[in-house]
Write a new protein. Sequence first.
Length: 235
Amino acid sequence: MAVEMRSKYGDLKVGEAEYLKRIDGLIVGENPRQGIVMRGKFYHPDMGLQFDVPPGWRAKNEASSVTLVDPRGRGILVFSIGKGNTPEEAARSFVASSKTQPLRMGASMIGGKNGYVVESSIATSNGAMRVRNEFLSHGDRVVSFLSYSSVAEMDVYGPSFASIVNSFGPIRDASIRDIAPARLKVITTKRSGRFSSFIGKDFSYGLDAADFAIMNQVELSEMIEPGRKLKTLAN
């Protein structure tokens, strides 16, 4: 890949000193403060919240929501921020925007916390779907846990949905609460060695050694001489 980039774009040395100065300290990879799955839980340090991710379930973290999908793809839960200042206000806003007729709607204790629940059923080409949206306060926000599966399979997925919602709460682990994103560090080599020896082996947040080889337009096994500027990962 590095050879291909060099052959296509050249060595990209124009303005290199200024460029390296600007990117030193730049966040690279996924920013864990905006959401990360670790040890069977989803954490969002910037919002100070966490909830369980059942074994085998896939998690897709996007800017405005987190979607959890069971291994068979038939049970789905979407976490997002509700539209309203209270759980009840957010629930009524959801009903108005979704244009569904609730089967049940009202205040409820959710995981030992005061919340508001909306349940409805919608017809699809694959049969009736049961939809449940649970709203809870978190600081100055209201969060929403929207879960759905077929009516026939709600008894299968209902317990998993409930365990996720009931696990919701503030982050308790200080090391995760204070987690920091990975940042670039520009170094000047003081020795010779293969490129791989300068970048270490601990790559987190979606990065790997090949990413840094591409950033530096080198091969992992390429020999680097003293005095070379390299983009590495800050400790």
